[in-house]
Design a protein around this ligand. Sequence first.
Ligand code: ARG
Length: 493
Amino acid sequence: MTRDVVRKARLSGERTEDIESLLSSMEADRSIAFSDVLVDMAHLVMLTRQQIVHEDHAKTLMKELLIMYESGVPPDAFDPSYEDIHAGIETVLTKKTGGDAGGRLHIGRSRNDEVATCLRIRTRDIILDQLEALTRLRSVLLSVAEGHVTTVMPGFTHLQHAQPVTLAHHLLAYEQMFSRDFDRLLDALRRVNCSPLGSAALASTGYPLDREYTAQMLGFDKILINSMDAVASRDFAEEILACDTMLLTNISRLCEELIIWSSSFVQFVTLDDRYCSTSSIMPQKKNPDVAEILRSRAGTILGTFVSAITIVKGLPMAYNRDLQDLNPHLWRGITNVRRDVDLLAGMIESAEFNRERMAEEAGKGGTTTTELADTLVRVFNIPFRTAHHIVGKAVRDGSPDLANLDKAAEEFHGKTLSSLGVTKEKIDSALSVSTSLSVRKLPGGPAPDAVKNALLDRRTELEKDIELIANKKSYISASLDELLKQARRIAQL
Ligand code: ARG
């Protein structure tokens, strides 16, 4: 049994393995081990600059921290008998440097502000990866859409043929949804990227720490101003889980469509073999398994969100150990979202969309009858509801041909359409898929010109978002470079 430096003096008695395994966060802390080294380095640089720790001690400690930075946190720091990685790293450092140096690293700090800082650093990096992946996905959607501005297909409501649209228009709908996911994550990032460091256990500390300085070296945008809020709040974690739940729900919807579209009775799309599996018994099978697992991921992450928010509910101020139990849910929820987004992008990029099948279905199921009713309104000045009744009755009687329309018009309008000048040609033209599409040219409509404009706008928006993320990443890496520079300076004093 290893005893960590935290527990040693105050408490007696050995703990059973059950107690240790209940209390230890070591498994989940693997996600923040590297962040913890960064936090230790920044804290030590600041303690040295503030002359709270003498340069000699700082040098001894920093050398060991730099070894961890370069070669990774050593396996003994992960001993499951330590309560967490913070205790593990401090214990290992103290063993290496002796208590006189090692015992000074935790001056003015608690594991409460330490863990909150590590969680935010790791979450921030994961969000940035997700944001980048979302720009890749959006770019793929736009590129595929660019090639399908005139690929007509039926649009559905209630999964019934509704009105003609184009594949480009359909894909742009998803691009728009993913762009809102991007915005939500970006907004969440503003609240994640704030430093709790210096808040200590809950009431900050009497040492003259420089909170702004550590925040800046760690790439944070600002400090969390209230020390109790800083250590007790996990709404940043709930928020990212909520954002990712919405993102994965959007992914789930698109995957559901790819699954339906790749079925042999729809055949709108052929997915690349890479994204499919076969059956162990039925030799003919090509199953869309990647899309299916991606469809289920929304369910998994929703579970983590519900767990996380329920753990926090009802906790009194400030830190409570329950908060540790939230962390595995956070990592389980957000860690693989970047991968999921990239897989979806790859699946769409490599998919073959079947223009003929889509065109075949575009005009089926009465998709153009709305336009026929609209034509009766526009050209023959019939009230819309009457036109809707006339066309609806004709459809019910078999088809919206002139004979049926005349019969229905007599019933609902008191005269035949023929008597108003409606001809078979005019009906046929109103019922054509191309008419239906070309008149829907409002901003955001499916007419090819409207879609071309939308594509240009969306590209511009995407370019801006790509630049924004690149700027955020370079601010963070410049901050960490400065941290490393200061750390190396201290190690070489
Ligand atoms: N491992 C803990 C967590 O993840 C941090 C330690 C705080 N522990 C404590 N007893 N105050 O929340």
